[in-house]
Design a protein around this ligand. Structure first.
Ligand code: GDP
Length: 329
């Protein structure tokens, strides 16, 4: 508990207690909840730490898919249909690259390419990813803090029945078709958390795992920041709370459920809770999965059952408020 009588409400009403929140996020699912949290929390009370294991170099550019999705979403620049890329996008550059025989499997819009080109130029000058992200956020009018998990290169590698594949090769080029056998995060053992990440975690009242892919979005962040187990019981110390990305045994988008199945685990909200069981104090599952609540409680984890599907900004803000109320409870 940091201070009292501050703004902590979507309606600008003073509330009794202020909370400092760190949200861990991948791309699409992570950005949605981070966006909801940003509607409620004051800028100094929310830090979003974003996975960079999906980053890669393509067409000579340094591309950070999850970081860009979170930034575009918080800036109101994201494409609401795809969940990635920019709204009102044009595709002239990639169409012309294709005409010249270049690779077109990773769809990059013209406005998006500007982000990657400018980021690459700055990185070549020696600027760090977190410094560049800070400048881009300021240019896009984002007031909350968005940090890459690290400034060092960490690369998610997917072990499949067709051998080890770099993440975007598996995810975009191969449409997640190869069967997954495991994951490796190249560079994770020497990667330091980005400047400010450790301090944000240490001063946070709660860490929220957004409904992101546990295997390839949240796990790489956890490996870098080395989150220590939360002291139980609930109410003592910092709370670590996860929101399930699996609803009714399925993902809303992406390969998380397929990954669970191929790794021999039935995909479910319970499987996600078990995935994080050593560090979790609380877990938010969807109303359609309410029959799993008792099994999750038996893991020693507090639960909140609510609607977790975020189809629009109202849903995002409502779920964020539910999560904050749960943390406060
Ligand atoms: P990626 O890096 O772009 O794959 O994005 P994330 O890892 O952040 O998010 C992917 C996960 O988000 C998938 O497992 C989805 O099921 C989950 N997801 C997407 N939208 C929603 C939603 O509205 N509610 C919930 N609960 N999960 C969602």
């Amino acid at each position: 508990m940091k201070s009292t009588n501050s703004k902590d409400s979507s309606h600008g009403q003073p509330s009794i207690v202020r909370r400092r929140i760190v949200a861990l996020a991948g791309g699409v699912g992570g950005a949605k909840l981070a966006h909801g949290l940003a509607q409620i929390l004051a800028p100094e009370d929310l830090t979003v730490i974003v996975n960079t294991g999906d980053d890669f170099e393509h067409l000579g550019m340094y591309i950070c898919p999850d970081l860009d999705t979170v930034c575009y979403t918080l800036a109101g620049l994201a494409n609401p249909e795809t969940g990635w890329g920019r709204v009102n996008e044009t595709w002239n550059t990639i169409a012309n690259i294709e005409k010249l025989g270049g690779p077109n499997w990773f769809r990059l819009g013209d406005q998006d390419i500007a982000t990657h080109l400018e980021r690459t130029r700055r990185m070549k000058e020696g600027q760090s990813l977190s410094q560049i992200t800070r400048d881009f956020c300021a240019a896009w009018g984002i007031k909350h803090t968005i940090l890459p998990m690290t400034d060092s290169p960490v690369r998610t590698m997917v072990d499949t029945d067709e051998g080890e594949l770099a993440f975007q090769e598996y995810f975009v080029h191969r449409h997640c078709e190869p069967r997954v056998k495991g994951f490796r995060f190249d560079g994770v053992n020497i990667a330091e958390p980005a400047p400010g990440a450790r301090e944000a975690i240490e001063s946070a009242d709660a860490i929220v795992f957004c409904p992101s892919n546990p295997w390839v979005s949240v796990d790489p962040i956890l490996r870098v920041i080395s989150l220590t187990p939360t002291p139980l019981p609930w109410g003592e110390g910092r709370k670590v709370v996860a929101v399930s990305p699996i609803i009714g045994g399925k993902t809303v988008k992406g390969p998380a459920a397929k990954m669970y199945s191929e790794l021999g685990i039935e995909p479910s909200a319970l499987a996600v809770a078990e995935h994080y069981r050593n560090i979790l104090a609380g877990f938010v599952l969807d109303s359609v999965d309410s029959e799993m609540e008792n099994s999750i409680k038996q893991l020693g984890i507090r639960t909140l059952v609510t609607d977790t599907l975020m189809n629009n900004l109202t849903d995002r803000t409502r779920l964020a408020q539910d999560v904050l109320n749960f943390i406060r409870s």
